[in-house]
Design a protein around this ligand. Sequence first.
Ligand code: PMT
Length: 400
Amino acid sequence: MHQKINSLKNKNILICVTGSIAAYKTCEIIRILKKQGSNVKVMMTKSAEKFVGKSTFAALSNNEVITDLFPDTPKAGLEHIELSFELDLVLVMPATANILSKVANGIADDVVSTTLCVCEQTTIFAPAMNYKMWQNKSVIESVDKLISMNKRIVNPESGYLASLHEGEGRLANVNTIINEIKDVFKIRLPLKNKNIIITAGPTLEPIDPVRFISNHSSGKMGYAIVDAVCNKGGNVTLLSGPVNLKPHPEANVINIKTASDLLVEFEKMDLKNVDYIFMCAAVVDYTPTKKYDKKIKRDKSSFVIDLKENPDIIKTISEKTNATIIVFALETNDGFINAKNKLKNKNADYVVLNYANKKGQGFNSNTNHVYIFDKNGIEIELRKDRKDRIAEKIVDLVIN
Ligand code: PMT
């Protein structure tokens, strides 16, 4: 679904990799850009080659990697000059103190610095270096100079550095860099800098090694919410039950099976920094008290499985966060009453009601028909539509 509303499609992006330990993180950016339909070309300095092999970038970008100003088999026009006319954007990632200073001062002594001197396209620098280097006076001056030359800088973050020192110098996170790229292409990002957790799909509660209790959730509704949120710039953690869908390339995916796994993953996170939680997963309410470690034999005419209640996940975590919480309620009868009770009992801010027993709605369908209720008694009906469009409207409503 995310491919259709993608605006990075067919953008020609040059990524210049320079020599920093953070060079491996460029692989993730290339993967995301390629999945969103961008054409990526990588250029590397000699020092960058000490950190990541040329063939890794060639495979990920599905393109030849440029490493030499004077290749053994030169083309008619010098490659870097030719390339500079075809680009929509240049990303220098990771950008060392060396390349920042060279470009700021017009030094062109290798393929990357020479290309950057030629390119007039929007150029984003994502610096990564030791905190002392980042504070070095000449680096500060170079960065100021680059800004005055209309170059964009994605400032490094604070945290532990490769040297094990703590300070500002760590490469900005992937979501921040992708959002900067989207910003260049004027993509609206109302969820920029927001942390969002989304659960999707069913949970599976094992009975024995081959059987389980679950439900019919396909994950389509939750994954559509993930697409809508990622496309608006949100930093998404997707907690996904077993489904057969491809997640949005920008989402950080954590796979879970049982309701307890889901709770464990929530408990590992710092929920204080989360802005929104969308609980779209169909969490199984009861789990077998006993999990057989061998396959149960068919040697009785009847068989009783004893069940115990699973933790109510959202109720448990709602006390630990100030995030806006959106729960989904799947009902077969008395929908309005049950949904409103869930809103209250689970300490949620919104409840999205859908029905399991109406055609084209709820489980596994490509469409849904929902009612949204909030704490102030507002009720909104979103009539039957594709799940991606319903997701878009739910997200817009909640963030506005
Ligand atoms: O995945 P699809 O095939 O696209 O289908 C979408 C959907 C029908 C699964 C989805 O739209 C939906 O309704 N999800 C919630 C299903 C559900 O579990 O509803 P519930 O009424 O049982 O639970 C209410 C809320 O509490 C849910 O947000 C649920 O995630 C949460 N919950 C439930 C049980 C539990 N032990 N802990 C929870 O936190």
